[in-house]
Design a protein around this ligand. Structure first.
Ligand SMILES: NC(=O)c1ccc[n+]([C@@H]2O[C@H](COP(=O)([O-])OP(=O)(O)OC[C@H]3O[C@@H](n4cnc5c(N)ncnc54)[C@H](O)[C@@H]3O)[C@@H](O)[C@H]2O)c1
Length: 348
């Protein structure tokens, strides 16, 4: 069992779950609720249903998918909690991908002004990123994560066996966030990931990624500074994701972030990213995330979603860029026209 710095432990049970039983038996809750979606209810809940805590829990179920990460779903779950007598000493467990853990965090942080939450991430995205760091939230129409809170879970149990049923596209999606850690923090990790022939994820990749995120978040829990580097690729990526959502086209968060990282790499050349590093980054992203080319007419529409980015200040876009791989700068002001030009260079 490993505990990271401050009160928010990241725990890696590996292939067994005794650590969870130990943790649960050392805590006291009046009742336990597990939030799942339709997929994790089928594929993941049976793997843990016999364990302490889960064997007495009331299951709350939401539909699967980003388009249900909204206030309506939150209201349904708040109502169910109330109906089942949840009180301030109840525990809400998020058992799912980033959508479920973002929802569980948001619901837990607001219900009766805050009850204990804890996550069992089941997607790669959840294990290496979404469940760690205490950002919770829901989307507002197609604008991502507009309503939310900072609220640390009691813990995060990363049980890699869940990945066995995760669809390949979702593994690819989580891989994008692992690559991001390489770009902003560790060139060697980036090279290690490049050498993975497929998207096979090893336990040590999970450990490195989760601890990297935890380390940055511990330094800056409320994103006043360095935590912003974790948004590398997300400014253009979120705009693209909103575009796909509005057009009801299937996509994944990580795929959009990967294409957003291409845009950020292009813009980084203006602040000193070398041609060699740019080409290495683009090679890795193009290899792992082949994509159909966009058409010129899509670009202004995609760019129109940039205005919703939460890092914007006084209507100005703020980007995370790289002086070199592993050396990010944040809050770099970029005009929308420059972003469209970069999209044109890397996406058309
Ligand atoms: N809070 C944060 O810091 C943070 C960071 C990154 C991403 N996010 C959020 O996370 C979300 C994306 O997370 P995601 O990619 O996990 O999406 P997701 O939760 O929608 O999961 C992807 C799909 O996989 C299914 N699934 C999950 N685990 C499974 C398993 N073990 N077996 C079979 N199917 C499984 C889900 O039902 C869903 O259909 C976005 O909403 C994003 O904004 C939040």
């Amino acid at each position: 069992m490993q505990f990271a710095e401050n009160h928010h432990p990241i725990i890696f049970p590996g292939k067994h779950l005794e650590d969870w039983a130990h943790w649960f038996e050392n805590h006291s809750f009046t009742s336990v609720f597990v939030l799942v979606d339709s997929e994790t209810s089928e594929h993941c809940l049976p793997l843990v249903a016999h364990l302490p805590g889960f064997n007495q829990a009331i299951t709350l179920k939401m539909p699967s998918g980003e388009r249900y990460k909204n206030l309506e779903t939150a209201k349904n779950i708040w109502e169910e909690l109330l109906l089942h007598g949840a009180d301030r000493k109840s525990l809400l467990i998020g058992l799912g991908g980033g959508v479920v853990t973002d929802m569980a965090g948001f619901i837990g942080s607001t219900f009766k002004r805050g009850i204990s939450t804890l996550h069992f991430p089941t997607s790669l995205m959840g294990m290496v990123d979404a469940s760690i760091g205490g950002k919770t939230g829901v989307d507002l129409n197609s604008a991502k994560n507009q309503i939310g809170t900072f609220y640390q879970p009691e813990g995060v149990f990363v049980y890699s066996k869940f990945l066995e049923t995760l669809p390949d596209l979702e593994i690819q999606s989580g891989f994008a966030e692992m690559l991001k850690y390489g770009f902003v923090g560790n060139p060697n990790f980036l090279k290690t990931l490049e050498n993975h022939k497929d998207f096979k994820v090893r336990e040590e990749d999970l450990v490195f990624s989760a601890h990297f995120k935890k380390k940055i978040v511990s330094q800056d829990p409320f994103e006043k500074g360095i935590r912003a580097i974790l948004n590398f690729g997300h400014t253009a990526g979120h705009a693209l994701e909103a575009f796909y959502l509005d057009h009801k086209m299937p996509t994944t968060h990580g795929f959009c972030v990967a294409l957003g990282m291409m845009v950020a790499l292009d813009l980084s050349k203006n602040i000193g990213l070398s041609d060699d590093e740019y080409e290495m980054g683009m090679r890795i992203l193009n290899q792992k995330f082949p994509f159909p080319k966009f058409s010129e007419i899509d670009l202004p529409e995609i760019a129109s979603y940039l205005k919703y980015d939460k890092k914007n200040e006084s209507g100005k876009l703020k980007f995370v860029l790289l002086k070199s791989i592993g050396d990010p700068v944040w809050n770099h002001e970029i005009s929308s026209a420059e972003v469209v030009n970069a999209m044109r260079r890397v996406w058309l």
